[in-house]
Design a protein around this ligand. Structure first.
Ligand code: ASP
Length: 441
């Protein structure tokens, strides 16, 4: 019998998880049951993915760079990647701004709804912690991001998933130095990392066996812990504006894939879909990264020389979904609270949303922290910040799930484009967890 494709299994898990979560909201004690007995399996799954992220980045980036044989190629890939990342993000923000100005989701919001949202969320821990975190980030100087990128202790950097850029910096440094000592001298280290890379990719295959059950747990938990449905309805126009923009981004990526890589965009989306579904279920592009790397390399055919650099860097700095959301949310809040925005304010949003998406961590809810910075850059009054965030807080989680799909899809699209442009988009070569099982069982 033909095995069911992974994305179908994950989708079924997601649908059942949502239905189960809905059912549990009607049962007394249902939410606590999900929290105590179901959610831990989702958490374990996310932890497993994060567990292998650092070894995977190191092994695959060392392999990628040491396969290059010449450093100028790496510079070539690096420059293209950053330029295309910035361009796609600017397109995303522009789409967001155009949509929010045309649809004007903030205009119809009644004072009553604003009051209700303010009362419910403005002083809540969620909103206050986002503002506090943003003010911490604001205090740093303009070049702080460069200082932060350089670790002073390689082992410490590797011990924290937050320090992804530091790990990437150290690994590129290591890889380039390996090229410089010549093939013969670098061979033992290269063989070690090649083998580690194979092993970690196998770990991804094994973890993914668990994915359909894990997404069940993750989504059941999202449903039972979601906010007041009445408030969600009041924000539907805003939510649809964000989702509409995100859908346009998918269309944009499909056009890029078809025009530049000459691949069928539907085939591309199908191959990437397990990573997209996980992005939706976990709301974290960092947690999804190992799966994105596996899908892009083995199932889409991007060479490791490209994907090992483009994808980890993208997970941290390229967030098209997040930047689109920040543009829509900033203007929505301004509209709802009658704060006039000039044309130059909107240009300022493009610039700050671009920087903010680069600075956003690839974890759930990070986009909202950086939204505070976008709002402050257009002179939004500090005393109204909590009210502004309260307006969008109720729908933040579902929108976070959707924008994370775009963040991951954007990274994969750019990886394919860069690969094509340097002649490194080859034939897919998918591997299964049990390819070698018969020999060891
Ligand atoms: N959750 C998003 C991500 O991990 C970031 C955000 O928009 O909050 O990609």
């Amino acid at each position: 019998m033909k095995k069911m494709a992974l994305h179908w299994k994950i989708l079924i898990g997601m649908v059942l998880g949502i239905l189960f979560g809905l059912l549990m909201t009607f049962v007394s004690g249902g939410a606590t049951f999900v929290l105590d007995w179901i959610n831990p399996f989702g958490t374990i799954f996310v932890k497993l993915l994060k567990l292998i992220a650092v070894p995977l980045i190191i092994a695959s980036l060392v392999k990628g760079i040491s396969d290059l044989k010449d450093i100028s190629k790496f510079k070539n890939i690096g420059v293209r990647t950053i330029v295309i990342y910035v361009l796609t993000t600017v397109v995303a923000i522009t789409i967001g701004l155009v949509l929010v100005n045309v649809v004007q989701p903030g205009e119809g919001i009644s004072d009553e709804t604003i009051n209700k949202l303010t009362q419910t969320y403005a002083n809540s821990g969620g909103v206050q912690s986002k503002i506090a975190e943003a003010s911490k980030q604001l205090k740093s100087g303009p070049l702080q991001f460069m200082v932060d990128m350089v670790p002073d202790n390689a082992i410490k950097a590797m011990s924290e998933n937050k320090s992804m850029l530091q790990v990437i910096f150290f690994t590129i440094f290591l890889g380039i130095s390996m090229l410089l000592i010549g093939e013969k001298n670098a061979k033992p280290l290269k063989d070690f990392f090649d083998s580690l890379n194979e092993v970690v990719l196998k770990m991804v295959d094994l973890i993914m066996l668990f994915a359909p059950y894990a997404v069940f747990a993750l989504l059941a938990n999202v449903v039972v812990s979601s906010n007041d449905p009445d408030l969600l309805v009041a924000l539907l126009k805003y939510a649809f504006t964000v989702v509409g923009g995100l859908l346009l981004m998918i269309v944009f990526y499909m056009i890029l894939v078809s025009l530049i890589t000459k691949k069928n965009p539907f085939w591309f989306l199908k191959k990437l879909s397990p990573a997209q579904l996980l992005a939706f279920s976990t709301s974290s592009s960092a947690a999804t990264l190992p799966v994105t790397m596996e899908r892009v390399e083995e199932h889409i055919g991007v060479d490791k020389e490209v994907s090992s650099f483009v994808l980890p860097v993208g997970a941290t700095i390229n967030m098209d979904g997040t930047s689109l959301y920040q543009a829509v949310a900033a203007v929505f809040i301004a509209q709802a609270l009658s704060f006039d925005l000039s044309f130059s304010d909107q240009l300022m949003i493009i610039l700050t949303a671009l920087l903010a998406s680069i600075g956003s961590a690839a974890v759930p809810g990070a986009g909202m922290v950086m939204l505070v910075i976008v709002l402050e850059s257009i002179g939004f009054p500090a005393e109204k910040l909590a009210i502004g965030l309260a307006l969008i807080f109720a729908v933040d989680r579902p929108l976070d799930m959707c924008r994370t799909i775009i963040n991951v899809t954007g990274d994969a699209t750019v990886a394919s484009i860069v690969a094509k442009s340097v002649g490194k988009l080859g034939k897919p070569n998918p591997k299964n967890w049990d390819d070698n099982y018969d020999n060891v069982k």
